[in-house]
Write a protein that binds this ligand. Structure first.
Ligand SMILES: NC(=O)c1ccc[n+]([C@@H]2O[C@H](COP(=O)([O-])OP(=O)(O)OC[C@H]3O[C@@H](n4cnc5c(N)ncnc54)[C@H](O)[C@@H]3O)[C@@H](O)[C@H]2O)c1
Length: 251
């Protein structure tokens, strides 16, 4: 394929449950993917380039960020990105009284500041390739539960960042977010091992009677990067199977 015909998508957190589905989905739909993660990946494929990066360092160390950008320029033959999926996040649980400065700042760096600075890093090519950015936020941006204060605050900020960046970016690059409720990743399922009844109750609590698959989130991200969504900009799309409308008061 000619370099000018290639479409490059960069996915952060590519080794995680949703990251793997994003990578496969974009590859299956004609993109070449730069799959980035803090952990090393041994998976190889002709349309996937793995890159080990620490998003917190991208935020805190400008030289490291510039080096990352140069690597992406080399990989793409200076074509740059057509799609950027800010998917990586960390979820540190703890009550307001327990959260440490280190946990708070790390969460904000990885979950909010990294999507901002990674997007900033690739704006020029995203603009020249008529590209799009998708931030993977969460239902926790709007509704949360006890001990999620750090994660939920970071997701609230990520959704807000999406709306605010759209105003500034104007017609240069579209940016949107997805706010999923529970997604059936290996890690989530492992957390329910031996607790089948609790998992069944979780599914039943969703009006749609199940939780999302990683592929459903990936398909939505693909849509938000496609021509079919050309007027959607600065939107935070919920993907919750209807649970965002449910009160949890006892009946
Ligand atoms: N799984 C769910 O139920 C669910 C629901 C709503 C939203 N989300 C969101 O979806 C996204 C993906 O979630 P997931 O379930 O696949 O999580 P995951 O933990 O499986 O994957 C996250 C990935 O991010 C990487 N990562 C963490 N810190 C990093 C850093 N400093 N630099 C680079 N990479 C780093 C991890 O190594 C991991 O591979 C997250 O933004 C999460 O908040 C998940």
């Amino acid at each position: 394929m000619e370099n000018s015909d290639m479409k490059w998508c960069l996915v952060t957190g590519a080794n995680g449950g949703i990251g793997k589905a994003l990578t496969s989905c974009f590859v299956e739909n004609g993109y070449s993917v730069i799959a980035t993660d803090i952990t090393k990946s041994s998976e190889t494929s002709s349309n996937i380039v793995n890159l080990q990066i620490d998003l917190e360092r991208i935020v805190l160390d400008e030289a490291y960020a510039d080096e990352f950008k140069s690597k992406v320029d080399d990989i793409t033959n200076d074509k740059g990105l057509t799609a950027l999926i800010n998917n990586a996040a960390i979820q540190i649980l703890g009550n307001v009284k327990e959260v440490t400065r280190q946990d708070w700042l790390r969460s904000m760096n990885v979950n909010v500041s990294a999507p901002f600075f990674v997007t900033q890093l690739f704006l020029d090519s995203l603009k020249s390739n008529s590209g799009a950015v998708v931030n993977i936020s969460s239902i926790h941006a709007l509704q949360t539960k006890r001990n999620f204060v750090t994660y939920a605050t970071s997701k609230g900020a990520l959704s807000s960042l999406t709306r605010n960046m759209a105003v500034d970016l104007g017609n240069a690059v579209r940016i949107n977010a997805i706010e999923p409720a529970a997604v059936s990743t290996d890690m989530l399922r492992a957390g329910f091992e031996g607790k089948e009844e609790q998992f069944r109750l979780l599914e039943a609590f969703h009006p749609i009677a199940r939780i999302a698959s990683p592929e459903e989130v990936a398909q939505l991200a693909l849509f938000l990067c496609s021509e079919q969504s050309s007027f959607i900009h600065g939107t935070c799309l919920n993907a919750t199977g209807g649970i965002h409308g449910c009160l949890s008061d006892p009946d």
